[in-house]
Design a protein. Structure first.
Length: 198
């Protein structure tokens, strides 16, 4: 009798499994499947320095114009496909050149890579390669705001004609800029000092 009672218990347990509700689905939607999975790596690397602008460093955030400050981006650099992105792994922002009628072009950080004409690498000056509208250049324009800032800060532009005189008046590109403060500079990417912080 004991054996048959245990058989009945097993049968009841199995019948409970057979009639149980299905487990929730773990399949992903098409949108979820397209997302790239990326483990954020904490990394340090060299800042990009503007020697002609008091050695201020390149920084900024998505949706904003590139600026130079005392502390710059130091999470490594992504130079793939003619771009300049940060951080090196799981790149979240790309430096893009905004077309315009003036020889000084706005540089804006975007969440996607639009500009594919950067010539960049460690221990070199950042250079914009020749396009249909301008020649290759590694000259930039750095200008202070026309209002006070808490710490030294300059807005940086790509200068597509290094022989042009510095601007003397604000225009639709040089908004909120003190044009008398503008200087020509390079943006130098230091030697690869990347290290992973654990």
């Amino acid at each position: 009798m004991k054996a048959s009672l245990s058989c009945v218990s097993v049968l009841l347990a199995l019948s409970g499994l057979i009639g149980a509700a299905p487990a929730p689905s773990t399949t992903t939607t098409a949108a979820e499947a397209d997302e790239t999975f990326c483990i954020q790596v904490v990394q340090t690397g060299p800042p990009i320095v503007a020697p002609g602008a008091g050695n201020l460093k390149l920084t900024g955030s998505v949706g904003n114009q590139a600026i130079l400050q005392l502390g710059g981006l130091t999470q490594g650099w992504n130079f793939s496909n003619g771009g300049l992105g940060s951080p090196q792994w799981c790149t979240g922002q790309w430096l893009n050149i905004v077309p315009g009628p003036h020889p000084w072009k706005r540089l804006v950080w975007g969440s996607s890579q639009v500009t594919t004409t950067w010539k960049a690498g460690f221990d070199s000056d950042l250079t914009a390669k020749k396009t249909a509208t301008y020649s290759q250049t590694s000259t930039f324009l750095a200008c202070s705001h026309n209002y006070p800032t808490f710490a030294p800060e300059m807005v940086v532009f790509l200068l597509t004609d290094s022989t042009v005189a510095l601007p003397t008046a604000a225009d639709d590109t040089l908004v909120d800029i003190d044009v008398s403060s503008c200087v020509k500079t390079k943006l130098h990417i230091g030697s690869d000092t990347s290290s992973v912080v654990s």
